[in-house]
Design a protein around this ligand. Structure first.
Ligand SMILES: NC(=O)c1ccc[n+]([C@@H]2O[C@H](COP(=O)([O-])OP(=O)(O)OC[C@H]3O[C@@H](n4cnc5c(N)ncnc54)[C@H](OP(=O)(O)O)[C@@H]3O)[C@@H](O)[C@H]2O)c1
Length: 335
């Protein structure tokens, strides 16, 4: 029997971790669900049982074989400090991603890194996961010279309050009245019927922290510290599903049919690319699924080996929960 706790089990990511564990092939699982405040006492279906979300107690978590943290960064920092030396910790927050001693793992891309852990494994940013899953097979086949990505990120990337804010502001615009409010604002500007070219705070060089997370995490996961990559991250009024317009310049020329074949053969990727019939990836189709969808694959007109593509995935499943459960599946084989 493997003892696993999901901390933050009532949050957007935590609930999806439980759902994916339930449908996974991992057997002999004794699951504990914990939270901090309003989720405590709520009931969650898990396979043929109903589990209750309990208060997070470090002493109880220390009895586990593994703990998946689906908690905000500050909570992850204090829980990791208190749990070190106990269960294996899989953290979905940004707290430890760039710590050189902590593996940053996407099982479809760098599974071997998971086995080099010393008690803690980090899951990447949601926008990074869908990007590296597409870049890895292209890196292996053609080599990578340069990458530029513009993101169109859903509000659920911020948590459940952001969904409430978008709904409230959108209703207000349609009904020509001020928003009702009553929640802590999650964005620096109105989100309803708007785009915001700022995710997280700005750094002195004009990039945001979110943009630099994508740059640095991508290099770490792919093992390509010298990769030329830059990003522009934009929040859009979509509930679920991050989209990315991506320019990839390869080292060796790549023809479009072989790019489609390479991507279609890669685990977790679905190529959806029939533009003449209006078939391409969209957030409404990607929501509530585990795959990364790629379409609009075409030659870049401004560079010698550039390929343009459009990448979409559910930020809550593929961008967090699915990845965490897949890392746990890797490790569970040895538990
Ligand atoms: N949303 C995404 O697209 C995404 C993608 C990748 C990674 N992540 C990361 O995943 C983590 C969770 O994100 P989320 O969107 O699921 O947030 P969320 O919906 O706000 O949920 C956070 C959960 O954490 C619990 N919590 C807060 N402080 C805690 C503490 N000190 N001890 C125990 N539980 C605590 C809360 O419990 P109560 O409900 O009981 O208050 C809540 O259930 C964050 O670090 C986020 O950066 C999110």
């Amino acid at each position: 029997m493997r003892k696993l706790a999901v901390v933050g089990a009532g949050g957007l990511v935590g609930r999806r971790v439980v759902r994916n564990l339930a449908k996974s092939d991992i057997e002999d699982l004794e699951l504990t669900l914990t939270g901090q405040g309003k989720s405590i006492g709520t009931e969650v279906a898990f396979r043929d049982a109903v589990l209750t979300v309990e208060k997070t107690e470090v002493a109880e978590l220390r009895k586990m074989d593994a703990v998946i943290l689906c908690t905000p960064t500050n909570a992850s920092v204090s829980l990791v400090n208190e749990l070190r030396g106990g269960p294996v910790i899989l953290d979905t927050s940004s707290a430890f991603r760039m710590d050189p001693s902590v593996p940053l793992v996407v099982p479809e891309v760098n599974p071997q890194s998971a086995f080099g852990h010393s008690g803690l494994i980090a899951g990447p940013n949601c926008s990074t996961i869908q990007l590296v899953m597409v870049l890895k097979p292209l890196l292996d086949r053609y080599g990578l010279q340069r990458v530029h990505v513009s993101t169109y990120q859903a509000v659920s990337g911020v948590g459940y309050l952001a969904i409430e804010q978008l709904s409230d502001e959108s209703r207000a615009v349609l009904e020509s009245r001020p928003p009702e409010g009553g929640y802590e604002p999650q964005f620096p500007h109105r989100m309803g019927f708007n785009l915001i070219p700022q995710i997280d705070s700005f750094l002195p060089d004009g990039y945001t922290k979110e943009e630099m997370k994508m740059v640095n995490e991508t290099k770490k996961i792919l093992g390509t510290p010298d990769l030329r990559i830059s990003t522009t991250c934009v929040r859009v009024p979509v509930y679920i599903g991050h989209s990315e317009a991506c320019l990839v310049e390869t080292e060796r020329p790549a023809d479009l049919d072989s790019v489609r074949e390479v991507l279609a053969a890669s685990p977790g990727i679905l190529v959806k690319d029939d533009p003449l019939n209006s078939v391409y990836p969209m957030p409404v189709d990607a929501a509530h699924t585990d795959e990364v969808y790629v379409g609009r694959i075409r030659k870049d007109l401004s560079s010698r080996t550039g390929i343009l593509m459009w990448i979409v995935a559910d930020n809550l499943y593929r961008g967090a929960a699915t990845n965490a459960v897949n890392v746990f599946r890797l490790l569970a084989k040895g538990m």
